[in-house]
Design a protein around this ligand. Structure first.
Ligand code: SAH
Length: 286
């Protein structure tokens, strides 16, 4: 079984309706659909749809949804990190990252960006798909443009902050409403050797001196839940640089449009969506 990606390039105006059609036709079935800005000045955008099993794809339906663009087909190596579940503390791959417990240290390969997380701490067990989605999205963004000021809001175990610090070697502000999570986050940052880069503090949403001092951010990661994320949209806009990137998760597929609408109202627009199980991870930018 091989994963396959169909993709096409075009202006924003030409790829947007294709994105909407792919989303309507295949998104519900769980096929990730994404739209990525390749070059803003040249108005080059790329729209893609991913299928788990290349043999089962209805190629005519795919071509119809892409029309008038004609998609290229790419067979992808089988990345089976979805089969792993963080709740059992099996190592999980997301892009270049490997999230693992101490007992799986030996599974780290030379080119992995390993994130070691202590067992049983501050890890929402339902959050593994959203965590993996955020890591993958952050990895893609950082590959294209290195951020300078990063906020990990609702850091929990600090998994996202550690990932970004390891990948980009930059300082990350990591906050959580829960003081226990913040202690765990600090311990995990130390365990991963990035305690000089990951600055942890307790904060509710975007309130608090620490955040105000470090703002504005050009990359904000927030894996919380749709409700609080929608309520926070105005404050989020206030601390995001123009052109800054926002990665949101903890959002169910059916909540996606409502969250996008809340952010659109703040001048923050959709760039890409990753679907993992029932959850979506959104990339937006201002
Ligand atoms: N970032 C981690 C953890 C996500 S779980 C990951 O991606 O796996 C969500 C975290 O957000 C929890 O640790 C919770 O305490 C925190 N949280 C919930 N509401 C918050 C708020 N309003 N402000 C800050 N943190 C919040």
């Amino acid at each position: 079984m091989t994963q396959v990606r169909f993709h096409a390039e075009g202006s924003r105006a030409s790829v947007t309706p294709v994105f909407d059609r792919l989303d309507a036709r295949f998104g519900e079935e769980g096929a990730p659909v994404s739209m990525v800005e390749l070059d803003e000045a040249a108005d080059r955008h790329e729209v893609s749809v991913y299928f788990e099993d290349g043999d089962e794809v209805d190629a005519d339906a795919v071509h119809a949804a892409f029309a008038p663009l004609s998609p290229a087909r790419e067979d992808l190596p089988d990345i089976d990190w979805m089969a792993s579940v963080l709740a059992d503390l099996k190592p999980v791959r997301a892009g270049r990252f490997l999230v693992h417990g101490a007992h799986d240290r030996h599974q780290v390969r030379p080119h992995d960006l390993a994130i070691e997380i202590e067992a049983g701490q501050a890890f929402g067990t339902g959050h593994h798909e959203t965590t993996a989605g955020c890591l993958e999205m952050a990895g893609r963004l950082i590959a294209r443009r290195r951020p300078r000021r990063v906020l990990d809001l609702g850091t929990g175990s600090a998994v996202l902050a550690i990932g970004v610090a390891k990948l980009a070697r930059i300082a990350v502000t990591a906050t959580d409403i829960d003081p226990v999570a913040v202690r765990v986050a600090a311990a995990n940052a130390r365990l991963n050797g990035v305690h000089t880069l990951v600055r942890t503090s307790v904060a509710t949403g975007l309130e608090g001196g620490e955040i105000r001092e470090r703002a504005p951010f050009d990359l904000i990661l927030a894996n919380i839940l749709a409700g609080p994320l929608m309520r926070m949209a105005p404050q989020m806009a206030a601390v995001l640089t123009p052109g800054g990137d926002l990665v949101l998760s903890g959002i169910l597929a059916r909540q996606r449009r409502a969250v996008l609408a809340a952010y659109r109202g703040q001048g923050i627009y959709h760039r890409a969506t990753l679907w993992r199980g029932d959850w979506v991870t959104l990339h937006l930018s201002r």
